[in-house]
Design a protein around this ligand. Sequence first.
Ligand code: PHE
Length: 371
Amino acid sequence: MDYSVPRLTDYSAAALERAAGESIAACQSELAAVRSDGDLKAFRDRWMARKNGILTQINELWLKDAPREAKREAGIRVNDLKARITELVEAAHVSESRADALAPETVDITLPGVRRPIGAEHPVVRTTNEIVSVFQKLGYSVAEGPVVETDYYNFEALNFPPNHPARDTQDTLFIAGQQSRPQRERLLLRTHTSPVQIRTMEKMRPPVRIVIPGTVHRNDPPDASHSPMFHQIEGLAVDTNITFGDLKGTLDHAMKALFGSSVKTHFRPSFFPFTEPSAELYVTCFICGGSGKRGADPCRPCKQTGWIEVLGCGMVDPNVFGFVKDNGYDPKKVAGFAFGMGVDRLALLKYGVDDLQYFFQGDVRFLQQFR
Ligand code: PHE
């Protein structure tokens, strides 16, 4: 970097030519030495800086000092020189050896590849899909509805009258600040998927055959078998000639498809405001095969009874049809059955998991086991 702009005494064409040539040669050799971004910046500043850069100096020393008669010729040459140097400087980049330039593009094909972990279906989602597909094969379609629901759909239209004690069986989480609204419009987190029965019947005339998977919420503190959020699958079939025999046959078939053809089903009377009659469905314990024992030990999942409760069900109460009668659900003409099951509990039993909370903590060490 020892080039400095000489003062000219000779303004002949040949002298100007030589001076310009030296200047370009200096610029080229400095450019070839540029190795880093820092070098590049210093190089650009040295040649181009408005204040005292080499081009500015050339302007000062060669043009301003030129004798009057040489000014024109000098001006043309200096402009030409400035253009060439500017071109050199602007095109400048950090020079690399060919090997350096190619280095980032080389691939060592002997290195092991980057392993991208493959995700898996969550056990609750997988169980949901299995149950849904059993019903899809029977001709059911899938419906869904909102998780934040109104009092009307979650309770009133399901035949839980306002202030009826049956509401207390579902520890409901209400959305705050709704007191000024009429009760049926107040918002809550749905406590079951049953409101989607009503929403579907409002939209779809009979016959209907639907299953409704979804999340529901109740004010249950989390422990090994409870969670404030859990999953249900609801079912609804409505037509002109549906009987309790259809309910039993459908659910018996579904349980055999889910748990194996040797399970037996057992219906016990129960109560739900929106079905009449209502039942709880039990299947023979698929852990102990119905014996209540595992070898010499008691079978824990069925509490030694040999039976496991899997769902609530019943014939749709005519009062429920009353809320959608204008859409073709005349309680005197149509009949139907409904059922609702807790997916999480079934997934727990199916995979032998002993704490429900594992399903919702998102711990990869737990979830990896379901790949
Ligand atoms: N919704 C009921 C519950 O959450 C289950 C159920 C659904 C019962 C449909 C009967 C018919 O407990």
